[in-house]
Design a protein. Structure first.
Length: 251
């Protein structure tokens, strides 16, 4: 057998393993992404997505070994899936590193425009299960972390009448796709639930609208039902709400 033939036969088993690891990993990832539409829990979705990414990483290792040993030929197995495994594995590894590092976001999940007197959850508290994060505010440590990570999250000041702002806030919440759980003009409180596009995590939002002198002050609090960190999702949600509300309330 020639040297070229021996080289071509090397790494075939590793490339074959890379192929099947990539296929199974891709299947787990796809099922994890569609699970919310099937009515299953976000944690089940995240478990499958995590398994898929770990399989991609192992596929990358096998594919890399197979491609090196076969000088890129695949050793009798198609090199395409080996290369796909390598690329997918590197992407999964980068994603995991980003998540572990928090992508530069504070490891908190309770964001409020008023950290000294945060709006309280009332009706949405009834929707939370025993294993969900409590509705009570997370405390001074969270407030300090928020002020450092998101100093722009501040109360919204408007010159419009309180009742007008209340109705506009309701409309903005609906436009953002939130499920309004309760609204009470007398107390100036709106409570809603926002569902993330990615695996369907549930975050609860409470909006407090109060008159102060000639202004109307709007405070917003957004809190994840599960998890320790939120990758900045709650802060970004409040920013978007504030921008939309200010745009809609301009005289």
């Amino acid at each position: 057998m020639s040297e070229d033939s021996r080289t071509a036969g090397r790494g075939g088993k590793a490339c074959s393993w890379a192929k099947w690891l990539f296929v199974v990993g891709a299947a787990a990832l796809i099922v994890g992404l569609i699970i919310p539409s099937l009515g299953l829990s976000p944690m089940q979705a995240m478990l499958l997505i995590t398994i898929g990414m770990l399989l991609f990483i192992v596929a990358a290792i096998c594919g890399g070994i197979g491609l090196i040993r076969s000088s890129g030929s695949g050793g009798g197995s198609s090199p395409i899936f080996a290369w796909l495994g390598v690329v997918a594995g590197l992407g999964a590894l980068a994603n995991i590193v980003m998540l572990m590092g928090g992508a530069g976001k504070a490891p908190i999940h309770d964001i409020s425009t008023d950290t000294d007197d945060p709006p309280a959850f009332v009706e949405v508290a009834k929707l939370r299960g025993p294993n969900d994060n409590p509705v009570e505010y997370s405390g001074p440590e969270t407030a300090a972390q928020q002020k450092e990570a998101y100093p722009d999250i501040q109360p919204i000041e408007l010159v419009d009448p309180r009742s007008f702002v209340f109705n506009i806030a309701l409309q903005v919440a609906d436009d953002m796709g939130w499920e309004v759980v309760a609204s009470d003009l007398d107390s100036g409180r709106i409570e809603a639930t926002a569902t993330t596009p990615f695996v369907g995590f549930k975050d609860d939002v409470v909006i407090r609208i109060r008159a102060r002198s000639a202004k109307t002050i709007v405070d917003v609090r957004s809190k994840s039902r599960i998890g320790m960190g939120d990758m900045g999702v709650n802060a970004e949600r409040i920013r978007e709400f504030a921008e939309r509300l200010q745009a809609a309330a301009e005289p």
